[in-house]
Design a protein around this ligand. Structure first.
Ligand SMILES: Nc1ncnc2c1ncn2[C@@H]1O[C@H](COP(=O)(O)OP(=O)(O)OP(=O)(O)O)[C@@H](O)[C@H]1O
Length: 702
């Protein structure tokens, strides 16, 4: 039946057209509203600012001027609030105008009642009578779509379970007001929209998967808020995608209280960071604070040290124990300076520390010493304020500067008033000194740590951990911390993160088979670390590969234990058999490599080399045929790139060439196995594995 004769198609197209017209009207109403108000606002502001004269001539004029400025500011604020409300609605309409919705569920809310159609889209929108036109994919009722259960099903609202009857689950391929296709799901697992989404080729940037989130993925996206959620998922199972959908979900769920700046996302490298940076904005949400471990360490002020990737958890535990017995020595302390001027001498710091020597080193001790130092600093600032020269300097400040510092002009009537102003002046000048005390500049962590551990230097991890022993916590603001590729972190790194963000909830995602560095934490160790700091750890598994064709999935899962292989599946349609070849002669090898590169195929081809050294060698052989990517921010959309495994991780390509699959580079060791699994699993549609010399035993036994 062609779509012209299909009454369902026509009815759905008619519904879409009508809804689209409503969306357009909402858009036009808002923009007109904004324009009118904005223009009006502009006139108001012009009028107001003409009335306000900046007159600081005398005390009375100053008060008047300040009052007028305050009124002006509050009017601007009022407009801003109004503006924001509309801007948010406008943003949602704009999102929906690209695709008003992607699915509909028909639900019988109570037995015997007429069923209700619910259209689900990237954002929610209601009509002028507050009836829903489209519901947000994150709203409770939309869960019935993601559960993929026909008939009796349920969803959670405010912690309560609501049982409903799902009569129909319909998916749409829609662009703007045009319906291209619809699919009715009759059996639970079939997902036509997913299959059509997976046919696509590599895109420069990762895409949101809102319309096709699968059931096992939805369990992570909509998971109850728990202290720690640890997700173990095979290559291409959508961990990164799920992570970003989860952030969008949390930002929606907690939109009244959660700001994106309270969400941290740890990523493996800068290329990856740029690969994912449009996903949340495309869903109408802002990106969280995204950092790599390296960036985190350097923001903490530990950047110049060794990153600490070889620091063992025992070292940190030893530090914890030794700290209990620690008695600070005067050499462990440092003076407090500001802009080159010493404000508290080392001896004063030492006596503040001495005052609390009966306390063990730890958060309580640190808080008490800080308090003492702040009050000593205040006394010292009081002394400075009494200085005649300083008072003269203050009185000769020009009016603008006086206004900036005091919010008023200086007109002291007597010495006491002058002294009071001088104190405020000093507080203003030296405000940063209190921050220095808070930053614990008065503690020489390197010296203390070296003494505790009997070492001649501290790694970044040791330094950060020691500071946490003193402070107890690093960030009080962070509410959610997401760590992607968690299998690449060492126990010691995770101990730092768990403690630094001790108040935050964690989402940790990784694949134990993709641990490409020696000495990183196992999933059991990860769970232990977070159980110790956060009480409990919930775990989820993702067992289906969405990235790679079944042939490619079979090649990389073939590297795993037989029992594990049985549990894993791929949903991609059948594709091209992988090519695996080895060559004795260098020339024949290079000819095959050049041929594979030249063939390329549609989209982006990546030559994923095992190490940076191999990238250099291959780049010499291939010349301009492949663009080297080592840590730049962006990947091209097509062509051929040559990159080391450490940069390729987390990314995906249409065609992957593994150019160094010789036994010498990938011997039969657990680490090599995981590295090869990671390299091959970057491929979506094609894989070419080439070896110069005998093929790695990991693949030879296939
Ligand atoms: N539910 C889905 N619908 C459509 N596409 C999906 C879905 N889940 C995953 N994908 C696609 O599969 C690919 C792999 O997803 P993603 O990179 O999130 O997986 P990953 O588990 O983080 O992979 P890896 O661990 O191998 O780096 C992406 O192209 C993603 O868009």
């Amino acid at each position: 039946m062609s779509e012209h004769d299909d009454p369902i198609f026509q009815a759905e197209q008619a519904h879409l057209s009508e809804l689209y017209a409503q969306l357009l009207k909402i858009r036009d109403d808002i923009s007109q509203d904004l324009e009118t108000n904005h223009a009006g606002a502009k006139q108001d502001l012009i009028d107001m600012s003409e009335e306000v004269r900046l007159d600081f001539g005398g005390a009375d004029e100053t008060i008047e001027t300040l009052a007028a400025i305050e009124t002006l500011n509050s009017i601007i604020d009022a407009y801003n609030q109004y503006h924001d409300f509309n801007v948010d609605k406008l943003r949602r309409v704009m999102l929906l105008l690209m695709q008003p919705y992607f699915a509909k569920v028909t639900l019988e809310m109570r037995p015997g009642r007429p069923p209700r159609d619910v259209y689900i889209g990237a954002a929610g929108m209601t009509d002028e009578r507050s009836r829903p036109l489209v519901v947000d994919w994150r709203s409770p009722v939309a869960e019935t779509y993601y559960n993929q259960e026909m008939g009796p099903t349920s969803y959670q609202v405010d912690g309560k379970t609501r049982t409903v009857n799902l009569k129909l689950r319909r998916q749409f391929d829609i662009v703007r007001d045009q319906l291209n296709m619809y699919f009715d799901t009759t059996i639970a697992i079939q997902d036509s929209l997913l299959l059509s989404a997976l046919k696509k080729h590599h895109t420069e940037k990762l895409q949101a998967i809102t319309a096709t989130i699968q059931r096992e993925q939805n369990e992570v996206v909509r998971h109850a808020d728990v202290p720690v959620l640890l997700v173990n998922g095979i290559a291409g199972s959508g961990k990164t995608s799920v992570l970003l959908q989860r952030i969008a979900y949390l930002l929606y769920q907690e939109r009244k209280t959660l700001d994106p700046s309270q969400v941290w996302l740890f990523t493996p490298n800068d290329v990856f960071e740029s690969y994912i940076d449009t996903v949340l904005p495309s869903m109408g949400e802002s990106n969280p604070q995204t950092v790599t471990w390296r960036a985190f360490v350097s923001e903490q002020g530990a950047g110049e040290r060794d990153l600490g990737l070889s620091t063992s958890p025992e070292t940190l535990r030893r530090m914890d124990e030794a700290a209990r017995e620690l008695v600070l020595e005067s050499e462990d302390l440092r003076e407090v300076k500001f802009a080159g001027e010493t404000l508290l001498k080392a001896s004063q710091v030492a006596s503040a520390v001495e005052k609390f020597s009966e306390f063990d080193v730890g958060p309580r001790f640190t808080a008490l010493v800080k308090e003492e130092l702040h009050s000593r600093l205040n006394r010292r600032l009081g002394q400075i304020a009494r200085n005649d020269e300083l008072q003269e300097e203050m009185l000769s400040l020009d009016v603008e500067r006086q206004y900036e510092i005091f919010g008023e002009t200086l007109a002291p009537d007597n010495d006491d008033e002058t002294a009071a102003y001088a104190r405020r002046y000093v507080d203003y000048l030296y405000a940063g000194t209190h921050d220095e005390i808070e930053r614990l500049v008065w503690l020489r962590f390197d010296r203390i740590g070296m003494r505790l551990l009997g070492q001649s230097a501290l790694s970044a991890v040791e330094w950060l951990y020691l500071r946490l022993i003193f402070t107890g916590i690093g960030s009080r603001d962070a509410r959610f911390v997401m760590v992607d590729e968690v299998q690449d972190y060492t126990e010691a790194q995770l101990m730092v993160l768990a403690r630094y963000f001790s108040r935050a909830h964690f989402l940790l995602l990784g694949d134990e088979h993709q641990a490409i560095y020696e000495g990183t934490a196992t999933f059991a160790q990860i769970a232990d670390i977070f159980r110790a700091t956060h009480g409990s750890v919930d775990e989820c598994r993702l067992l289906t590969s969405y990235r790679s064709s079944p042939e490619i999935t079979a090649l990389f899962t073939g590297l795993l234990d037989k029992r594990e292989q049985l549990r894993l599946t791929s949903v991609q349609r059948a594709g091209v058999e992988p090519v695996v070849r080895s060559f004795d002669e260098k020339d024949a090898y290079l000819a095959a490599l050049r041929e594979a590169v030249a063939e390329g195929g549609e989209g982006l081809t990546a030559i994923v080399a095992e190490s940076d050294a191999r990238v250099s060698w291959l780049s010499k052989q291939l010349g301009d045929a492949a663009q080297v990517v080592r840590g730049d921010k962006n990947l091209p959309a097509e062509g051929v790139v040559l990159l080391p495994l450490r940069v390729a991780k987390g990314l995906e390509f249409d065609h992957v060439i593994v150019p160094d699959a010789q036994a010498e580079v990938y011997p039969d060791t657990p680490l090599s196995r995981r590295r090869l699994y990671t390299a091959i699993s970057r491929a979506m549609h094609r894989v070419t594995v080439l070896a110069q010399g005998p093929l790695t035993p990991l693949l030879a036994a296939r």
